[in-house]
Design a protein around this ligand. Structure first.
Ligand code: TXA
Ligand code: MG
Length: 311
């Protein structure tokens, strides 16, 4: 049985979507590429709700949607090449990966703890209206259950996520239908991380910079991403008490030195995971131990991350 309400795109639908976003709930929205599952990127619990709805087995970093270049510059240090690309292709199907500003109010869960952030200014009027109505950057992966095909119509979203979200704004079929090109920009050149609607030639022409092409779309795939947030110390899992020299991160009945969630709430644990890992790395203790986390719901993603950290 579906619980999601499907509303045609109009002012009423946008007002309802903004109300749910303010409650930290994810909403399915049309963009020009694919339908996205949008939530407030500044709140960890809102981002956790995206992963929960999609049933994602791991925390991939998400694309953060903004209204324009000014909003992007408040969140990331954009090199000149990135500003040129934004000037040419925004709003539109281009995502730019650049260093996150240290003071940016982005939840660590949205970037999966990375020091960079993926930013896109979407062209679709519905997503733009919602960005204006919320006044917040919106994290939005494709609005489909993990491991299934990206949705290009409201009906696709309804079949995939109808039971796990509250609202789908129906803007008709998407115009691009293919997820945005993702490009990483540094002082030297561009790297295409995911090929998409904006081609390598277009990127080279607009930026005047060399473009690394033919690279796999998964340069920063989860296996490699693990290195970014693997702590520098040994990690032991399924610990019910601390051994000598260990900093124990608890959950539920295992109190530990700190706890992912004293009440055993997996959403809260997901929100705190990267933060507590960073903190544990900076403590005096030589090793880190984690209490057992149930392998259900968001616990599957948390355990995936923990196994990588312990590997
Ligand atoms: O067209 C699109 O881009 C759609 C619509 C909804 O806007 N969104 C989308 O988002 O495809 P998402 O969250 O599924 O894309 C996530 C991908 C990750 O798998 C990763 O490849 C890349 O974006 N990514 C995100 N943050 C990154 C980062 N900091 N560094 C490198 N890659 C990153
Ligand atoms: Mg996707």
């Amino acid at each position: 049985m579906n619980r999601a309400l499907v509303l045609p795109y109009d002012a009423t639908a946008i007002a309802e979507a903004a109300r749910l976003i303010a409650e930290a709930k994810p909403v399915a929205m049309p963009t020009e590429t694919v339908y996205g599952l949008a939530a407030d990127a500044t709140r960890g619990e809102a981002v956790a709700a995206i992963y929960a709805a999609k049933g994602r087995p791991s925390f991939n970093p998400l694309i953060v949607h903004v209204l324009d270049l000014a909003a992007a510059e408040a969140l990331a240090e954009l090199p000149a090449g990135a500003r040129k690309l934004a000037g040419t292709f925004w709003p539109g199907p281009l995502t730019i990966v650049a260093p996150l500003r240290t003071d940016a109010p982005i939840a660590a869960l949205a970037t999966a703890g990375l020091p960079t952030v993926a930013l896109r200014s979407p062209a679709h009027p519905a997503m733009r209206d919602l960005l204006r109505a919320c006044g917040k950057p919106l994290a939005a992966p494709s609005a489909n259950a993990s491991g299934t095909i990206s949705p290009t119509q409201a009906g696709h979203v309804l079949r995939s996520l109808g039971r796990s979200i509250d609202l789908i704004v129906d803007g008709g079929p998407t115009s691009v239908g293919l997820e945005s090109t993702i490009v990483a920009v540094d002082g030297h050149g561009l790297r295409i991380l995911r090929p998409g609607p904006i081609t390598a030639d277009q990127l080279a022409d607009a930026s005047g910079l060399p473009v690394a092409v033919g690279v796999s779309g998964t340069i920063e795939a989860p296996g490699q991403l693990a290195q970014h947030y693997a702590p520098s110390k040994p990690v032991r899992l399924d610990a019910v008490e601390a051994r000598e020299g260990e900093w124990l991160i608890g959950f539920g009945p295992v109190a530990g030195n700190v706890s992912l969630s004293p009440s055993g709430d997996l959403s809260e644990a997901a929100v705190r995971l990267f933060e507590l890992l960073h903190e544990a790395d900076m403590k005096g203790a030589a090793r880190i131990a984690f209490a057992p986390i149930p392998e259900t719901g968001l616990g599957v993603a948390i355990n995936d991350r923990l196994r990588r950290a312990a590997a």
